[in-house]
Design a protein around this ligand. Structure first.
Ligand code: NAD
Ligand code: UDP
Length: 313
């Protein structure tokens, strides 16, 4: 198949492009390089089945493709809050453009949605039926509400125009190729621990998250894309739940670091707890995450350690 991956030069997108090429597909990677990096896809550039397009999804584009993975959107709070209006445009206009393309060429389209559609959840763990608890006017809203309207567009294009849609609600994902400066907790902690700096714990560090290793997520995304008749959203994440303080301890241990901890204020609307209910993915995709936090963190630390060494040399 010929497959379009928007946001393909980013963290998750680059792993997905690699996986699709390994399966023998042609891959068109589309990216505006806001948070994507050429180095993420460097090893793919020589592959004759790989094509790279510098393009912004808020502009329409004409392509002939069989499947579209729409991942284009900054994912970390620092980056999506840098230009919030642009973040909304990326989710809304980008989604409309990609759905228009899918409709025209009859491609199947998968939207990378997020656990942020649940906001600061009052139901725990979160099943797909939960409608969420989102602040519509806060600092995180450009991302959360953008992703919510993107889901609405997906469902309406499906009902109104019979577009073949898939919605993945992705929970916190980590692994090699995260940006060292994007402010997400795993990359922050690993870089701080490797540099012997204090780990920045926001709030008391007792808020929880569930962390999924990127290879597990990519497996789930391809299963969802290729599942038959599955238009309802599907949670994709690892249900193992940890406090941020536990994560800090684990990272320090794995890095063999002497770093301490600095407590900092909790950001506005920071969700207290988050853990996916993945019964739907288990039942309909036969999917379960396989990589425990410790193993995934070890792989991530190895990646960041060699990046730090390269940066020094
Ligand atoms: P990322 O920032 O590494 O990747 C996003 C990519 O999209 C980057 O390459 C960026 O340059 C590109 N991009 C941004 N705006 C664009 C635009 N207007 N036009 C074209 N390209 C654009 O983030 P990621 O972690 O790889 O996330 C990928 C997708 O998965 C995002 O849609 C994100 O919302 C979603 N997601 C990620 C997580 C996570 O934990 N990583 C969790 C939930 C959802
Ligand atoms: N966090 C932290 N220190 C950091 C970065 C993040 O304590 O240096 C916390 C943050 O407040 C949140 C959790 O870690 O409670 C996860 O943050 P991240 O930005 O990675 O993801 P999200 O909040 O979007 O789930």
């Amino acid at each position: 198949m010929r497959i379009l991956v928007t946001g393909g030069a980013g963290f998750i997108g680059s792993h997905l492009c690699e996986r699709l090429l390994n399966e023998g597909h042609e891959v068109i990677c589309l990216d505006n390089f806001f948070t994507g990096r050429r180095e993420n896809i460097l090893s793919l550039l020589d592959n004759p089945r790989f094509e790279l397009l510098r393009h912004d999804v808020i502009e329409p584009i004409l392509l002939e493709v069989d499947q579209i993975y729409n991942l284009a959107c900054p994912a970390s709070p620092i980056h999506y809050q840098y230009n919030p209006v642009k973040t909304v445009k990326t989710s809304v206009m980008g989604m409309i453009n990609m759905l228009g393309l899918a409709k025209r060429v009859r491609a199947r389209i998968l939207q990378a949605s997020t656990s942020e559609v649940y906001g600061d959840p009052l139901v725990h763990p979160q099943p797909e039926e939960y409608w969420g608890n989102v602040n519509p006017i806060g600092l995180r809203s450009c991302y959360d509400e953008g992703k919510r309207i993107a889901e609405t567009l997906m469902m309406d294009y499906h009902r109104q125009n019979n577009v073949d849609t898939r919605i993945a609600r992705i929970f916190n994902t980590y692994g090699p190729r995260m940006l060292e400066n994007d402010g997400r907790v795993v990359s922050n902690f690993v870089v701080q621990a490797l540099r012997g700096e204090s780990l920045t714990l926001y709030g008391e560090g007792d808020q929880t998250r569930s962390f999924c290793y990127v290879d597990d997520l990519v497996e789930a995304l391809t299963r969802l894309m290729n599942a038959d008749d599955l238009h309802e959203p599907v949670n994709l994440g690892n249900p193992g739940e940890f406090t941020i303080k536990q994560l800090a301890e684990e990272v320090v241990r794995i890095c063999g670091s002497a770093s301490g901890v600095t407590y900092m204020p909790l950001p506005q609307d920071d969700p207290r707890q988050r853990k996916p209910n993945i019964k739907r993915a288990q039942a309909l995709l036969g999917w379960n995450p396989t990589i425990p936090l410790r193993e995934g963190l070890e792989k991530t630390v190895t990646f960041f350690r060699s990046r730090e060494l390269r940066a020094k040399s």
